[in-house]
Design a protein around this ligand. Sequence first.
Ligand code: MN
Length: 233
Amino acid sequence: MTLLFAPPTVSVPIMGTDERFPVRRIYCVGRNYVDHIQEMKEGDERDDPFFFQKPTDAVVTGDVPYPPGTEDLQFEGELVVAIGAPGVDVPVARATELVLGYAAGIDLTRRDRQRHCRARQVSWEAGKSFDASAPCGPITLRAGAGDIDGATLTLTTNGQVRQRTSLTLMIWNVAEIIAHLSRDYRLMPGDLIYTGTPAGVGAVGPGDQVRVDIDGLEPLCITITEGDTHAAQ
Ligand code: MN
């Protein structure tokens, strides 16, 4: 049997090199900032953060077509960690050795679908793991990124500040996220980790420009475009 095609490799630019980062898996952290847990009014803020995944080809670096199946597409500005070395059961003290670099990202969410899933007590995949749901900016190598744990993240829509936080407010910091994740999964080069979002999440629509700035990193700038109109056939 002949394989008729292979899916294209999804990759992200790496600053200062001609190479690109080939994406293997996308892990995301849920509930990693107390102020976001409070605005979502979900559960006990003392509960541990947790992980979910998005499909690899959800990574986009430019325009994002408005997805089908939602009337409430929301941004979540997040620090993204790019893994460059394998690791299992990694201790916190050695965890950042796995980090190739960092990027600014957005965990796009179909909030109405997520809430519906939660109400039905089923997996929230429909709310999180859709096409183009993981915009990611260029990766800055770890050595050039400075003190990422002390950096400030700012998300703007059309120039207006919507989210601003110090990354020191993450419940699990980068090293702790890697340590926790590596207990359940073998981390490998090519893995991206979206580290959770602070308060201020909100809706966007076609024509909106969304920008995420994190000190020391290249900004991520995307535009929401008209989506496919599945109904208009
Ligand atoms: Mn998120």
